[in-house]
Design a protein around this ligand. Structure first.
Ligand SMILES: C[S@@+](CC[C@H](N)C(=O)[O-])C[C@H]1O[C@@H](n2cnc3c(N)ncnc32)[C@H](O)[C@@H]1O
Length: 353
């Protein structure tokens, strides 16, 4: 099999971080092409199986295997795409087809075009017998960096991000006191394995840097009782809610009297200092699960992430604790990433993704 070309979707401006992450994790060579909100890797050898799982990536939202690239005329866009696909198609090869564009200023205006063009493409593929909606085949992605070019790619739906553009849809909940609430909601959807069973009514959580209360809102909405730590004021319902105890204390010094189920932390601080704090909570048995943000520097972001993970792993490796550590630059994150660290009973211990 020839070495693959991979297409990554990412936040606009973070294409180089995808490359750094690739080099940091897989140390494999290849040549890179970066657009705005996406990057292409022409690998020189077969790719580590773990790299195909979008959930393993921090900076990449989606990972696809490139099948080909076509230039499109203004009059006939369908013809060149069908012709290019004909060389790789076979009956029922794809379970569905998605039309996508980069998440960038240049890419967003293509959203309407993709929506209008999608049923036309799907019909053309169905007529040729290439789509098998009931099948378990890969999903075909037509990615348009511009209306004049399509990158044809595919992914195993079991490994790829399940959301178009790799962006989960999270609705702003009524009554939430800040838009940051969307970050924690997205983290529960994407980062925390089985969040619905790990977050249960009656559990206790601590929110460090809680004000005005967007993250606390998410915990309360799942039935948790929350200690909200911040010198600033909580707002709206979170200022008065019977399940919220607001403590005006320093989030770095506060420790709970009894162990809690969940710790969340959104304090704007040096990432290594936050990592040290989280490591301390786990080493001392104060919590079993944590979601926290690491605000990244403008440069050398990957090496800062490695440093922070090193702090967490070194602390946990000194204990007998088994854990899962996952991280992602969420759609609602900017110059930061969000991490989940959770203790696990499974035999597959000390796993980092
Ligand atoms: C980004 S905001 C948190 C937003 C919150 N997660 C939400 O969803 O509404 C950061 C908060 O961290 C608080 N903060 C920063 N340093 C802190 C510290 N050492 N102790 C407690 N709170 C701190 C700030 O007062 C600020 O309210």
């Amino acid at each position: 099999m020839p070495a693959p070309t991979l297409l990554f979707y990412c936040r606009n401006g973070f294409e180089n971080d995808v490359r750094q992450e690739w080099q940091g994790r897989y140390a494999a060579s290849g040549s890179w092409e970066a657009g705005e909100g996406y990057a292409l890797l022409h690998a020189e050898a077969q790719v580590d199986a773990a790299a195909w799982h979008a959930s393993n990536w921090i900076f990449a939202r989606q990972v696809l295997a490139v099948l080909g690239r076509v230039q499109l005329g203004e009059r006939d866009r369908l013809g060149p795409i069908v012709d290019a696909l004909a060389s790789v198609a076979r009956p029922g090869r794809w379970s569905e087809v998605w039309l996508e564009h980069p998440d960038s200023d240049a890419g967003k205006p293509l959203s309407g075009f993709c929506k209008r063009f999608a049923p036309i493409v799907a019909q053309a593929l169905s007529e040729r017998g290439w789509l098998a909606p009931e099948g378990k085949g890969p999903r075909l992605h037509l990615f348009f960096p511009a209306q004049s070019e399509a990158i044809l790619a595919e992914a195993d739906p079991e490994q790829a991000s399940p959301w178009p553009l790799g962006v989960p849809r999270v609705r702003m909940p009524t009554g939430a006191p800040s838009r940051s609430t969307l970050k924690l909601a997205e983290a529960f959807m994407t980062l925390v394995p089985d969040a619905d069973t790990l977050l249960k009514p009656g559990m206790v959580g601590v929110d460090l840097g809680a004000a005005p209360g967007g993250w606390t809102f998410q915990l309360v909405a799942r039935g948790l009782k929350v200690f909200a730590i911040d010198n600033g004021p909580m707002k709206g319902d979170m200022a008065l809610h019977p399940h919220v105890k607001h403590l005006r204390e320093d989030g770095f010094r506060y420790r709970p009297k009894n162990p809690v189920d969940w710790l969340v932390c959104d304090m704007v601080e040096q990432p290594a200092r936050v990592a040290q704090l989280i490591a301390d909570w786990f080493s001392r048995g104060h919590t079993r699960h944590a979601v926290f943000n690491l605000k990244l520097p403008m440069k050398k972001r990957w090496s800062e992430i490695e440093r922070c993970f090193g702090i967490l792993e070194a602390a946990l490796d000194r204990t007998e604790l088994r854990y899962t550590l996952t991280a992602k630059q969420l759609y609602h994150d900017r110059e930061e990433i969000t991490c989940y660290l959770g203790l696990t009973r499974s035999a597959q211990a000390k796993r980092r993704r």
